[in-house]
Design a binder for this molecule. Structure first.
Ligand code: NI
Length: 259
């Protein structure tokens, strides 16, 4: 199988004891690329270090809504400097999280929109986190676009109607491990309806571990179980589905072209 993990956090301390082994398992499972996504400035720097060390890893740099209230005044300048590195292929993750509300909403909005503006300026794709904030998310994406380099709504959790709206704005939809859970009927339905040319898969490792490893630490090798589930609901061969998602990932993050 040829696999592409569009969203992982392999810089997290969860992998400090076995990171090399975990990457070996990823290669053995068929991973050709992994996008390691930054959570804050420190994590973005670590993502870049991993991308320098492992050929299959590329980095995204950005500030997650959980920490939007804690950014230093010059964080945009720091992100722009990091983004100049050839292995940085996107800005993110960025967005809105009204489930945990770890940062005040006005700060989440400000930091999200400033990063969207930076992505437009740098012509880089965006990796978007949206949890329980669908209405405000769509308002902002409509107001702040168009996004010429596109982007992805990661760990998609919205409706089919919203997915269509996101795709009309040029976004890909990325499906994560929860699609393998028993109670994920709505997500399975969205995956079933998704046009193949807008579909990505991801782990969000170390979180959201798919069945049959649910409850344990997640890692990129497990994206094969998400591929198998999405293929099953689409009545496709899982190798074919995995190959299409790999081509989509390479297209969005421009991994086949010289930047
Ligand atoms: Ni994430």
């Amino acid at each position: 199988m040829i696999l592409f993990d569009s969203h992982a956090h392999l810089d997290f301390a969860d992998y400090d004891d076995d990171r090399d082994e975990m990457i070996k398992r990823a290669r053995a499972a068929g991973l050709v690329n992994i996008i390691n996504v930054g959570f804050d400035l420190e994590s973005s720097r670590k993502a870049l270090r991993l991308a320098e060390k492992y050929d299959l890893i590329y980095a995204a740099v950005g500030v997650h809504p959980h920490v939007a209230g804690e950014v230093p005044p010059d964080y945009l300048r720091q992100l722009e400097q990091l983004a100049a590195h050839p292995k940085v292929v996107a800005l993110g993750e960025m967005g809105l999280d009204y489930f945990r509300n770890r940062s005040p909403r006005p700060e989440q909005h400000k930091v999200f929109r400033e990063q969207l503006a930076l992505a437009r300026k740098l012509n880089l794709p965006v990796i978007i986190h949206d949890r329980e904030a669908h209405g405000d998310m769509m308002d902002i994406l409509h107001q702040d676009g168009p996004f010429s380099a596109g982007g992805v709504i990661h760990c998609y959790s919205g409706s089919w109607e919203m997915a269509k709206e996101c795709m009309s704005l040029g976004f890909y939809i990325s499906i994560a491990g929860p699609v393998t859970f028993n109670n994920s009927n709505r997500l399975k339905d969205v995956a079933g309806r998704m046009p193949l040319n807008r579909l990505l898969i991801e782990t969000d490792a170390p979180f959201l571990t798919p069945v049959p490893h649910r409850g344990k630490r997640n890692e990129p090798a497990f994206v094969q179980f998400t591929a198998a589930e999405v293929a099953a609901v689409k009545k496709l061969d899982s190798e074919e589905l995995a190959k299409i998602c790999t081509e989509n990932g390479k297209a969005l993050f421009r991994l086949n072209t010289i930047r």
